[in-house]
Design a protein around this ligand. Sequence first.
Ligand code: NAP
Length: 365
Amino acid sequence: MKRVGFIGWRGMVGSVLMDRLSQENDFNFMESYFFSTSQAGTAAPKVKNGSPKLLSAMDIKELSSMDILVSCQGGEYTTEMFPALRNSGWKGIWIDAASTLRLKDDAIIVLDPVNRTFIQESIDKGVKNFVGGNCTVSLLLIALDGLFKENLVEWVSSMTYQAASGAGAKNMIELLDQMRSVGQAFNSNPSSEALELERQMTNLMNGESFPKANFGHPLALNVLPYIDSELPSGQSKEEWKAQVEANKILQTKTVIPIDGTCVRVGALRCHSQGLTIKLKKSASLSSVEEIISNANPWVKLVPNNKPDTLKELTPAAVSGKLHVPIGRVRQMTLGENFYNAFTLGDQLLWGAAEPLRCLLRQVLN
Ligand code: NAP
């Protein structure tokens, strides 16, 4: 059996990956070793064929003894440890959730429902570096898989509504802390007038004592229209990723433009996106719906009516689920080739952990 090392297994992505590997009995097919940057020597999670103690994620010798390493630790770790590992002569397979290596020529961005065949060809050719895509990009590509496969998309504008957990465990907990502050302040004034309450809450969230060490700003009762770092183009790095990563995954010969504004909202889990899609040619609503819904087993078309939309097309309904719903599909008044849609998905499942899990099984097979 192959020796597989897991780094970053207790973070948001790592924990979801552990759950999915257990649910699918994947641990039966490997010897598992768990690494930590902060807790080496303590007990490892109990899994079939798992080693009992946590190993140090900074120990090149221990890491090099693995056939496969799966890292959900984050970009800083990859930047520091991946070159050191390769320079030490390690020739194993590196599977990563972080963005660091995504655009390298020798790395494949993995998204099983969209590029499984290409992944298999790459494994067969001896490619060693595989990286999960940006969560929002992966979910967009699963939702619009059919339209891309039919070569119907001229461009897409995506306005995102991204959940707090997309920024990691500490940020998600901070959002809940902010909500607790709001709840406590509100409870002490239950009979106030609505406008007076609004003033109190606005003062509270803008005050010094509001917990915002991680986001730097209030997210509860607020939206944050900037995710990741600034780029000279005026885009945020999160916005820039959409076009470059999507086109790499789709292996397009001519770039399909994808751009929009990425916004952090107070959802806990599940990234949502409002889409404007310009098609290359006119297509009826029924054919667009059919192409979208038949593309892969995970995309689910939600009829464009109010009850189905509010029941099925929300983070509350989709958190923890593997399907990727898309709804609000309609021709826009902008012109007959313009379609509107709204899609969302669990960014910790198909947006992060699930492509890594599928790849790991593909490699082990
Ligand atoms: P995370 O939750 O911040 O976890 C990363 C590491 O932080 C953990 O492995 C753990 O390392 C440490 N840590 C510190 N305090 C923790 C706490 N209270 N709970 C859990 N872990 C804690 O990061 P992540 O969101 O999983 O992201 C990992 C990588 O995946 C990043 O590169 C990210 O960009 C990428 N990614 C994330 C998402 C997403 O939706 N979150 C989606 C796609 C890709 P030690 O055990 O070594 O201390």
